[in-house]
Design a protein. Sequence first.
Length: 69
Amino acid sequence: MNLNKVRLEVLKILNKSVVFIYKGSRGQDVLFRGKVVNVYPRIFIVLCEDGSIKSFSYSDYAIGNLKIS
């Protein structure tokens, strides 16, 4: 999947509450709920339900390190 297609997929869920699964260190999956609040040319920002803010690159999603449900 190219990064332009990934960016369009992320734009579709802008400001919608979704579940994210991120492959953390040592093979542990981190599950959290949040919404994409900002998109930039190389990254997007997620506001989590617990109030924390996380940023991801589009390549995280493209290579499968981040899954969006």
